[in-house]
Design a protein around this ligand. Structure first.
Ligand code: FES
Length: 102
């Protein structure tokens, strides 16, 4: 069953950056797009390397391993070699803390 978990403080997720966290056994990458936090599974849909090693440009996340691109707000795949989306998770900010529902 999905539940909310505190994963980081807002201060740990500056604008324009990615941060990998674990929620139980689920790797999650947090992305700060102009002050809004998004959460995706931290596993590229191409070969399962961590997306948190990638680069964020606006809402565009590029996997550094082979260049796949994703919409960080939705998990939608936008560029080859990824042909499948990655899962996205709901995010809430409570008193400066980031919570993810996994
Ligand atoms: S593992 Fe991400 S593009 Fe290949």
């Amino acid at each position: 069953m999905a539940e909310w978990t505190r994963v980081a403080s807002l201060a740990e997720c500056p604008a324009g950056t990615l941060k990998g966290v674990m929620v139980g056994r689920q790797p999650v990458v947090l992305a700060n797009v102009d002050g809004d936090i998004y959460a995706l599974e931290d596993q590229c849909s191409h070969q399962e390397f961590p997306l948190s090693d990638g680069e964020l440009d606006g809402d565009d996340l590029t996997c550094i391993y082979h260049g796949a691109r994703f919409d960080v707000c939705t998990g939608r795949n936008k560029g080859l070699p990824a042909v499948r989306p990655v899962k996205s998770f709901p995010v809430e900010i409570r008193d400066g803390e980031v919570f993810v529902e996994v």
